[in-house]
Unconditional design. Structure first.
Length: 181
């Protein structure tokens, strides 16, 4: 797993249409349900994974642009070094976009689980079929709508569980909860 960066999100409770009863809230990398703290891309402070190298970059961007971070949760992400091409049914290497990427890992982090995210355009995270595609029940997602392990994510991808849910390729992220400093 490679350091990918940080994001501040407004965590959504599980919507009624997600049929997996164990899902309480949505910690997905995508912003479809749990929204990012802002429409941040136009500020061009993100790294090559379209995340942030440190929480301080998020805080500074918020201060400079009067963006309220109250009520946001901070997440740190690591990404599996290969993405899954569902058409070729194979893993392939990928590189972050050509923005500087100097992620500083947190000294303390709590693993919440693993998310599978579509990257059809190849830039920022698009959709998480666990939540967006309501695969949480079939995939046996946890209370945060995430998978228990990298191995589980890889196996589900290789078995075709995510086929025809969202246009891929798919990347696997470890999702960590981090305290604001």
């Amino acid at each position: 797993m490679l350091p990918a960066g940080y994001m501040a999100k407004r965590v959504s409770d599980s919507p009624e249409w997600i049929t997996a009863e164990q899902v309480v809230d949505i910690y997905s990398v995508s912003a479809c349900l749990s929204k990012n703290f802002a429409d941040y891309i136009s500020y061009w402070k993100h790294n090559g994974h379209w995340l942030f190298d440190t929480p301080e970059v998020i805080q500074e961007l918020a201060r400079q642009n009067a963006i309220d971070l109250d009520g946001t949760s901070l997440f740190y992400y690591e990404v599996y070094e290969h993405e899954f091409d569902e058409d070729a049914e194979a893993w392939r290497d990928f590189e972050p976009q050509s923005f500087p990427t100097r992620v500083i890992a947190p000294s303390q982090k709590a693993l919440a689980g693993y998310d599978v995210v579509s990257f059809n355009v190849g830039t920022s995270a698009e959709c998480s079929p666990l939540s967006c595609g309501n695969l949480a029940e079939e995939a046996k997602a946890n209370s945060h709508c995430l998978l228990a392990s990298l191995e589980q994510a890889r196996l589900l991808l290789e078995r075709g569980t995510f086929a025809d849910t969202e246009p891929g390729p798919f990347r696997v992220f470890a999702v960590y909860s981090v305290a604001w400093s």
